[in-house]
Design a protein around this ligand. Structure first.
Ligand code: ATP
Length: 202
């Protein structure tokens, strides 16, 4: 899967609708300090399902909404849309009926955030899984933020293993295993209740 377009509207310093076409190959973003380079990378993480305010350099998730300046009022919502080329049809079921996938995440003040894929409401988990299976995702080491290289050098082996697993595209399996374990526990609890009921009837 290849990212082809990123659209921002009211996200952090990108108050006006901004459209970026992402070409094949390596993409570099250059500009003076404070022009919004890191905000672009954060928009990419956010639309892929990042939910930790600290990863967005904020105190709460609503901090991604344009906060206003001396000349412009704050916005009420922020929206980021990511277009992905799925010509190789590697997207998981539920997303794989189209050669081009458009994911939109929107956050509205006091109303939380919601996702859409191809214009239909989808769950955060589905979007996170889509990108985890594609060896990318909100926490992907493919998106290198400032200071990350030195963190990596001093990281513990377990943390480094996570990076290799992510690159291998198996990060989504952890979430699925966790969900399977929860289902198993709930099934075991139900079985115990059935045993108790049978015992009571006997
Ligand atoms: P550097 O090269 O110094 O790392 P940068 O190009 O990566 O800078 P960013 O850190 O992406 O720049 O952008 C910082 C700018 O974004 C600051 O001017 C900050 O005020 C602005 N900004 C961050 N969040 C918001 C927000 N919610 N509303 C409005 N502006 C914001």
């Amino acid at each position: 899967m290849q990212f082809t377009r990123l659209r921002l509207n009211g996200f952090k310093s990108f108050v006006d609708p901004t459209d970026l076409v992402i070409q094949r190959g390596l993409t570099g973003v250059v500009g003076p300090n404070g022009c919004g380079k890191s905000n672009l990378l954060e928009a990419l993480r956010w639309v892929m399902g990042e939910n930790r305010p600290t990863a967005m350099r904020g105190g709460g998730m609503e901090d991604v909404i344009f906060a206003g300046t001396a000349r412009r009022p704050a916005r009420h919502f922020a929206e980021v849309s990511l277009t992905v080329d799925n010509a190789d049809r590697l997207a998981p079921a539920g997303f794989n009926d189209a050669g081009v996938i458009e994911i939109v995440r929107r956050i509205t003040r006091d109303a939380g955030s919601a996702y859409k894929a191809q214009g239909r409401d989808v769950r955060a988990r589905d979007v996170q899984m889509l990108f985890a299976d594609a060896s990318t995702g909100a926490q992907s080491p493919a998106l290198v933020r400032q200071g990350q290289i030195s963190e990596l050098i001093s990281a513990k082996p377990k943390a480094r293993r996570r990076i290799l697993e992510d690159a291998a595209g198996i990060a989504g399996l952890y979430q699925r295993r966790h969900e399977a374990e929860l289902k198993l526990k709930s099934a075991e609890a139900n079985l115990l209740r059935v045993d108790d009921t049978i015992e009571a009837l006997a």
